[in-house]
Design a protein around this ligand. Sequence first.
Ligand code: GTP
Ligand code: MG
Length: 249
Amino acid sequence: MINVPQKGIEFSMAVLCYHEEESVIPFVENLHSILSFFHFNWEIVLVANYWPDIPDRTPDVARALCERLPHTRYIAEPKQGAMGWDMKSGLDACEGRYIGVIDGDGQYPIEAILSCFAAIKISDYDFIKTYRVLRSDSLYRNIISGIYNRLFKLLFPAYRGFQDVNSKPKIMKREAYGRMNLHAKDWFIDAEIVLNSLNLGLKMYEIPIKFQAIETRKSFVRINAVFEFTRNLFAYRFGWPPFENKRKL
Ligand SMILES: Nc1nc2c(ncn2[C@@H]2O[C@H](COP(=O)(O)OP(=O)(O)OP(=O)(O)O)[C@@H](O)[C@H]2O)c(=O)[nH]1
Ligand SMILES: [Mg+2]
């Protein structure tokens, strides 16, 4: 059965596959073969949600992968939001004691999943993420990211010891995720995870990684994403809707 979770899962990894179609295949195959070395129960959850009015083979690709790769499930629902909604639908579907999320476009190294998982297993951290020390993606994306992280630290001094809000994979204890109570349906979900974790006093740690350029498609991040990020940051910081009651940081 493709969509029935196993019992007693130790680790679940959600892979965001939005509109990746066949280009997600090598990433999932590599992740699957690496996880296959482990003897505890694990699962991969492919997030293949789609906009009904946009032609997209990703759900078919995800189903085909699940048919041939054991311990792999997929979700393919009509989208009700952007990246945040997808990320939440993937994390909600994860059954493991430890759960995580990563992009399926291959920009983050698969080894980073293992580093984050090992770190959370041997420590008492609730949430481990990465930060990008070397970025091979465009100057445009590097500049946007740099400005965003500086603004973030200015508005939320509690994040000053950390580096890179949006970086993935993000791996956490499932009960920690349950307490995060996330609402963002867009790119802001990464910030919401970090800020809610700090607000809740969860123990968080960041691991350095190298980030690859994307070769199969153009960046999804448009200039209006910058305005969206900024609006959301101020909304969260100053209690404007929809992030009221979050002024603690
Ligand atoms: N753009 C976009 N991405 C989505 C959406 N839903 C899920 N995602 C996933 O979000 C992940 C991150 O998006 P990317 O566009 O790769 O973000 P990025 O790597 O920060 O930026 P670029 O590589 O410059 O595009 C991808 O793996 C997508 O699968 C969506 O509605 N829009
Ligand atoms: Mg990407």
